[in-house]
Design a protein around this ligand. Structure first.
Ligand code: DGL
Length: 256
């Protein structure tokens, strides 16, 4: 047993979508969330910059005593998960676009992936999508501008819908039947996405898979927590407005 917190980081509030799924499956765990929103967005940064920030975020969480780290950011995972695993002894769980379930279940043979430039250009994403390219067509779109809007609290309305139409229309024209949300911020705008997509298109996000994976890893490593009153602490290094907006429960938010 180990009651130390599960650490989670993202460039902002996107990772909260992952936190909610993991918390649901592991209700006796403490959580410590770090939003690096001072440096958000990560999507257009270089691989080197993403690596430096991810190492720093991991170190910060480890100094706070976390027993495992969830990289709740596709951009960070696809650019440096192996570096993080090599740099620290603590187990890491990384969030990647859910291409496999989309590719396995598609009937039209066409799937859409909406992610950041950093994710779409990464080697890891290239390898995963190449594994499926021979069987299906992947229509990728870099959702440039969406993360900034979400961090500014814009989750619906004409401004974000206009941007989404630009990204999703080519996918709809290509007859996709699955849309992979390859950025943890995007489930926060699910309602706006659903308004644009035809009803038959299934939207895939990674929360549940990451929760199951985290449970497996803490069990395998014998570090399962058993807190009767678990704590949920949120930290950010920029403004706390965005976290306040999406955390409806009375969780503690700290600015560092
Ligand atoms: N939530 C991050 C991801 O999943 C957002 C990336 C960004 O900051 O641009 O990729």
């Amino acid at each position: 047993m180990n009651n130390a917190p599960i650490g989670i980081f993202d460039s902002g509030i996107g990772g909260v979508t992952i936190f909610k799924s993991v918390k649901k499956l592991l209700p006796k765990e403490n959580f410590l969330y770090f939003s690096d929103n001072l440096n958000s967005p990560y999507g257009n940064k270089s691989k080197k910059e993403i690596q430096t920030l991810s190492l720093k975020n991991s170190e910060w969480l480890l100094n706070k005593g976390c027993k495992i780290i969830i990289v709740a950011c596709n951009t960070a995972t696809t650019n440096c998960i192996s570096l993080l695993r090599k740099s620290f002894k603590t187990p890491f769980v990384g969030v990647e676009p859910a291409i496999k379930p989309a590719a396995t279940n598609t009937k039209t043979g066409n799937i859409g992936v909406l992610a950041t430039k950093g994710t779409l250009n990464s080697n890891l994403f290239g390898i995963t999508s190449n594994d499926y390219c021979s069987k299906i067509k992947i229509i990728e779109k870099n959702g440039d501008g969406l993360v900034e809007m979400i961090e500014n609290g814009i989750l619906n309305g004409t401004e974000i819908e206009k941007l989404l139409i630009k990204f999703l229309n080519p996918m709809i024209k290509s007859n996709i039947d699955h849309l992979v949300l390859g950025c943890t911020h995007f489930p926060l705008i699910n309602d706006s996405i659903k308004k644009i997509l035809p009803g038959n298109v299934k939207i895939l996000e990674s929360g549940e898979a990451i929760a199951k994976q985290t449970k497996k890893i803490i069990m395998d490593n014998n570090i399962v927590g058993n807190n009767t009153n678990p704590t949920y602490n949120f930290y950010c290094n920029g403004s706390d407005n965005s976290l306040k907006k999406i955390l409806t429960d009375n969780f503690k938010i700290n600015i560092i």
